[in-house]
Structure formats: structure tokens, C-alpha cells
Design a protein around this ligand. Structure first.
Ligand SMILES: C[S@@+](CC[C@H](N)C(=O)[O-])C[C@H]1O[C@@H](n2cnc3c(N)ncnc32)[C@H](O)[C@@H]1O
Length: 193
């Protein structure tokens, strides 16, 4: 496993209006196909600038977030001053057991050092029957060469296929609710037993 991360802090102020932020909106739309009942406690892991959290709040969710890059945390808090947004990692979530009805992670899963630790943590913070939604890009033929490039540069990032991500989630004890593939957007939704 590599040791470097693609650092996002430097892009925090420009992310939403840049190419990445624009592309990310397709993925927010995918996540928003998930059932979000009013009052649903949603934790966004790797929440970046907090834009998805704002959209979830418009649906009536009670949002909270965790994000590794302090600069991103600052932007996300500014956009969502009413929310509990903490600096921390997906692999060691700074939230108590059984405090979320829904955990989402959008375009962040491929950045994780230890996805299996994140999945154990997601199960811990979810209530029984709580749901986890992982939204990731579908890169087709680009996926393997990109992963090879990350490996060659000693980066931890790795893109999984939708089937691989689904496999990770099921092996971690989650039950499949649905997968969704539209263009470059992929989504796996599972439930904690
Ligand atoms: C491509 S950005 C996506 C941001 C946001 N979720 C969105 O869809 O716009 C990936 C985010 O994950 C964060 N991140 C990377 N590794 C992380 C980790 N181990 N724990 C928490 N956040 C992480 C990065 O700092 C970055 O803000």
C-alpha cells in the first residue's frame, strides 16, 4: 500500500466552481435518489466543501460530516453553520455508536487507506437497519491504468468497480439494497443488519 494522499486542502476554496466540483454534482444527484426521510440523521464521510450536506438538508435531513482536510472542514462549516462537521478520518469516525440513520460517502471511497476499517466504522455509527450509500465513478477501461498510475506514484488511491465495491460492503456484513449505474456515476446502497 502507498503512503501519499491526493491532498484536497489546497483546492478547498475553489473546488465547488472548478471541474471537480461540477462533475461532483452528477454524483450528488445520484446520492439524492436515496430515500431521505425528514429528520433523517445523515453523516457525510469525506464531505469536502459540504455541498452535498446542504442538498441533503434541503430534503429535511439533519446533517453531520467528517473530513480529513482542515481547509475543507472550514468551507463545509461556513456553508452549513448549523451542522456538526468534524475534522477526522473515515477509518476512525469521531462520532458515537448508533448515531446515524444514513451514512453517505461521495467520491471519497477510493481515497481511503483502509476501506475495510471505514466499513466497520460505518456499521458502528449506524443504527440497526441504518443505510450506507457509496457513490463512486465508473471509469470503464480507464480504471486499471489509473490505478496503476496511483500505485506507481505510491498513492493510496484506488478505484474499485461497482461489483468490487458491492463485494467489499457485503463482506463487511452489510445487506444489499440496490446498485445504480448511470453514465460515469455508480452507487451502492446497503443496509446494516
Ligand atoms: C473528491 S473529494 C469529494 C468531496 C465531496 N464528498 C464531494 O463529493 O464533493 C474527496 C474528499 O475526501 C476527503 N478524504 C480523503 N481521504 C479521507 C479520509 N481518510 N477520511 C476522511 N476524508 C477523506 C478529501 O480530503 C476530499 O475532501
Amino acid at each position: 500500500m502507498g503512503h501519499q494522499h491526493v491532498g484536497f486542502g489546497q483546492w478547498a476554496e475553489r473546488y465547488d466552481d472548478g471541474v471537480q466540483g461540477r462533475v461532483a454534482r452528477w454524483f450528488y444527484r445520484a446520492v439524492l435518489t436515496t430515500d431521505v426521510p425528514a429528520g433523517c440523521r445523515v453523516l457525510d464521510v469525506g464531505c469536502g466543501t459540504g455541498r452535498l450536506l446542504s442538498l441533503l438538508a434541503e430534503r429535511g435531513a439533519v446533517g453531520s460530516g467528517v473530513e480529513i482536510a482542515p481547509e475543507m472542514v472550514a468551507v463545509a462549516r461556513r456553508a452549513n453553520p448549523q451542522m456538526d462537521i468534524r475534522q477526522g478520518t473515515a477509518e476512525d469516525l469521531p462520532f458515537a455508536d448508533a448515531t446515524s440513520d444514513l451514512v453517505v460517502t461521495c467520491l471519497a471511497y477510493h481515497h481511503l487507506d483502509a476501506p475495510e476499517r471505514f466499513l466497520a466504522e460505518a456499521a458502528r455509527v449506524l443504527v440497526p437497519q441504518g443505510r450506507l450509500v457509496v457513490a463512486e465513478p465508473r471509469l470503464g477501461l480507464l480504471r486499471r491504468p489509473l490505478n496503476a498510475l496511483f500505485r506507481a506514484h505510491d498513492h493510496v488511491e484506488r478505484f474499485g468497480s461497482l461489483a468490487e465495491i458491492r463485494g467489499d460492503l457485503e463482506r463487511s456484513g452489510f445487506t444489499l439494497v440496490r446498485t445504480r449505474a448511470r453514465g460515469v456515476t455508480g452507487l451502492v446502497e446497503v443496509r446494516r443488519p
